[in-house]
Design a protein around this ligand. Structure first.
Ligand code: AMP
Ligand code: GLY
Length: 398
């Protein structure tokens, strides 16, 4: 099969890496991809949000499957354009991707589906959480514990320009739970813990995610959670005539009854960087079956091993995500330890890998325990370097 992965981050590199192991793969392509993915297949200079460009690429390559990674293109309707032209796509339509693209839409679906979530409040009074309505790369959410926090949050969401929602502040451990969906079924994929804040000890502003580990001991029965949380949402979206095909990602707070903080319409980044190394099954078969509308009979799950990923970011991340041109050293040495180095924001200049983004690399390792995986991951992280590199030293510490 000819497969096109859409996107250019470490998540897409991890998906490409796993897809490259599928016996059914003939050739792997990416649009636009990155230097890490280029080692596994062919990268094409087509932007992830260029629907027409992706369509002509898919038609030229006679692609059997297109896997869309990032939320922006999904919300903008890239999957619709491809699907309307007969291409098999793993990724939801624009209408179904509103589960991520609009907090207000998500609340409405959750209410209709009867899925437990934080209560919506009509006034912003601490403690509460204020969320900008649209996509904001994890940076549009403000947790308010004091009235000063509320003032600041209201100023900030106003600056985002659109609507916002206010909800009850939930306390507990956060987890990311993923299911592959074929329009009518939600099949559990796996769970991971993401570290969202830039600073150690969960200090400082929110980011896209600075590291992750999997599995999670505190989670409980994953099948039961997916049946209670993902399946009703898939049912509700199907009932509305907008079936969800793709990866449905629930951000949960483990309150006594787990509650949904948000849904995303895609794989998580950096969660995918720990799920793919643990994935047990044929990823191409699973994504192709989901995209074709029938996951029944496809077996997949997570292996018994543990995985940890540490994100190495540019110096001004998350304020800026455009750290370009710093030479990166030590990637091969890090890989020689057995770790996987997924490229997130890199480019090749004059034959050298340089920084080109915010979250530059995701250094991942597996092991028998989380502790083993963490040690290997950090040993590898210490071997990579570039001017201004920053990473958290407390990812997956007990
Ligand atoms: P979201 O984009 O909605 O996942 O929000 C980003 C982050 O804000 C979440 O991962 C949580 O850490 C935090 N958050 C969002 N909603 C709530 C809530 N109702 N209570 C506590 N924390 C929240
Ligand atoms: N790591 C969280 C996300 O992908 O949104």
């Amino acid at each position: 099969m000819q497969v096109v992965v859409v996107g250019s981050g470490a998540r897409e590199h991890a998906l490409a890496w796993r897809l490259a192991q599928s016996p059914g793969l003939t050739e792997l392509h990416a649009a636009p991809g990155n230097p890490g993915i280029a080692a596994l297949g062919r990268c094409h200079p087509v932007r992830a949000d260029d629907a027409d460009g992706l369509l002509s690429l898919a038609l030229t390559l006679e692609a059997d499957l297109v896997v869309v990674g990032p939320e922006g293109p999904l919300v903008a309707g890239v999957a619709d354009v491809l699907r309307q032209n007969g291409i098999t796509v793993f990724g939801p339509s624009a209408e179904a991707a509103r589960i991520e693209g609009s907090k207000a839409f998500a609340k409405d679906v959750l209410r209709a589906a009867g899925v437990p979530t934080a209560e919506t409040l009509s006034v912003a009074r601490a403690p509460c959480v204020v969320k900008a309505d649209g996509l904001a790369s994890g940076k549009g959410v403000f947790v308010c514990r004091t009235s000063d926090d509320v003032d600041e949050a209201l100023r900030a969401v106003t600056a985002f320009g659109g609507d916002f929602v206010i909800e009850e502040l939930l306390e507990g451990e956060e987890v990311s739970l993923f299911a592959l969906c074929d329009g009518s079924r939600a099949v559990p994929l796996g769970a991971a813990r993401d570290f969202k804040r830039i600073g150690e000890g969960d200090e400082g502003p929110n980011t896209g995610g600075m590291g992750a580990f999997s599995p999670l001991s505190a989670l409980g029965d994953m099948d039961e959670l997916v049946a209670r949380i993902h399946q009703p949402v898939v049912d509700e979206l199907a009932r509305r005539g907008t079936p969800f095909i793709g990866c449905l990602f629930a951000g949960l707070m483990l309150t006594p009854e787990p509650k949904v903080l948000e849904f995303n319409a895609r794989f998580g980044d950096p969660e995918t960087q720990v799920l793919m190394p643990r994935f047990d099954g044929d990823l191409l078969v699973a994504l192709f079956a989901a995209a074709g509308g029938d996951l029944s009979g496809v077996e997949f799950g997570m292996g018994a091993d543990a995985a940890v990923t540490v994100v190495v970011a540019g110096p001004d991340y998350p304020a800026r995500s455009d750290y370009a041109g710093a030479e990166i050293a030590g990637i091969e040495a890090a890989e020689a330890t057995g770790a996987l180095v997924f490229h997130g924001g890199t480019a090749v200049r004059d034959g050298t890998v340089v920084t080109n983004g915010g979250r530059i690399l995701s250094v991942t390792a597996t092991g028998e325990t989380i502790g083993d995986a963490r040690r290997t991951a950090y040993d590898a992280v210490e071997l990579v370097s570039f001017e201004g590199a920053q990473y958290r030293r407390d990812i997956a510490h007990a």
